[in-house]
Design a protein around this ligand. Structure first.
Ligand code: DGP
Length: 120
């Protein structure tokens, strides 16, 4: 990880509090906040607090496996907190073809309406 990468990263600034966000859930490892451009009645982003550029940068290290396991285990907790009792969609956009725009690993949690498939 390069210093400049975290310094210029919007989501690192949200994690540090430098940029305000509408927080939904927070613990020592992860932060969940409402997306600025919601694509569903409920649309939040779940991010690791440490800077990982994308899912493609996730390694098979103990640290990454524990972090991602923790994040995944919290999805149902956050969904319940948001009242998504009828289901939801969890999305990760990775890299150029995945149309990832913010280069800090994040998962979109969308709900409150039926989703379409296939995705565009
Ligand atoms: P992606 O395209 O998967 O990289 O999604 C990035 C999402 O981040 C997009 O839905 C809009 C959201 N976003 C970008 N900048 C900000 C911000 O400053 N605050 C919040 N809350 N969301 C942001």
């Amino acid at each position: 990880m390069h210093f400049m990468e975290t310094q210029n990263c919007i989501f690192c600034k949200i994690v540090s509090g430098e940029i305000p966000s509408d927080k939904v859930y927070e613990d020592a490892e992860i932060l969940c906040f409402r997306d600025l451009e919601p694509q569903a009645p409920t649309h939040v982003l779940i991010v690791p607090k440490i800077h990982i550029a994308s899912l493609d940068e996730v390694e098979e290290s103990k640290e990454h496996k524990e972090l991602l396991g923790h994040l995944m285990a919290k999805v149902s907790v956050i969904a319940a907190q948001l009242g998504l009792s009828n289901g939801y969609r969890l999305v990760n956009n990775c890299g150029e073809d995945g149309m990832q725009s913010v280069k800090h690993l994040h998962f979109h949690l969308l709900g409150g309406r039926a989703m379409g498939w296939p995705p565009g």
